[in-house]
Design a protein around this ligand. Structure first.
Ligand SMILES: [Zn+2]
Ligand SMILES: [Zn+2]
Length: 168
């Protein structure tokens, strides 16, 4: 990866530091931010290949179809309308959860993430049966998997890369 690439451990250290800084400035919202850091640490530990390439991205770095898919997924989870595994990961507790663009509205906990039926592999951007990279966008406690062909690649992310989304 390019200059934005950082190690998973360094990414977590930075997030933790930022959450602490925000907590002193903003007060009560800090508890949420810090619990998300724990969730993100769990997600990275579970998802990352070795060596993991973890980048920080802004929502605006993502193509619109990814932004919309991720926003819809997160909103459905917050609104309680997502279908989940039996362990019911809870956004209010900051439970880490994994979802995929190819399966909108369906979330699983980390324990169940490896046991899903992966289904047909098609590019989530254009629908062609041609997947060159599976990348994961981490937004708070939610990991959102996206399959893309070369034409639909996301901000230079390569197969297996993980992008942690910065809040705007
Ligand atoms: Zn589960
Ligand atoms: Zn495509």
């Amino acid at each position: 990866m390019t200059s934005g690439a950082i190690e998973a451990d360094a990414a977590i250290t930075r997030l933790e530091q930022e959450a602490r800084e925000t907590s002193t400035a903003a007060g009560p919202s800090s508890a949420i931010a810090l619990s998300f850091v724990d969730a993100i640490r769990d997600l990275l530990g579970h998802l990352s290949a070795d060596p993991a390439t973890v980048v920080r991205m802004w929502p605006s770095d993502l193509p619109e179809w990814v932004q919309l898919g991720l926003a819809a997924e997160f909103a459905a989870w917050c609104g309680g309308s997502s279908e989940t595994c039996v362990h019911e990961p809870d956004v209010n507790r900051g439970d880490p959860a994994v979802s995929a663009a190819r399966r909108p509205g369906a979330l699983v906990c980390l324990g169940c993430a490896g046991h899903r039926d992966e289904g047909e592999t098609r590019c989530d951007g254009c629908g062609r049966p041609d997947v060159d990279a599976v990348v994961t966008i981490v937004f708070g406690p939610l990991a959102f998997e996206v399959c893309v062909c070369d034409d639909c690649s996301i901000g230079g992310l390569l197969d297996g890369d993980i992008a942690i989304l910065c809040a705007s």
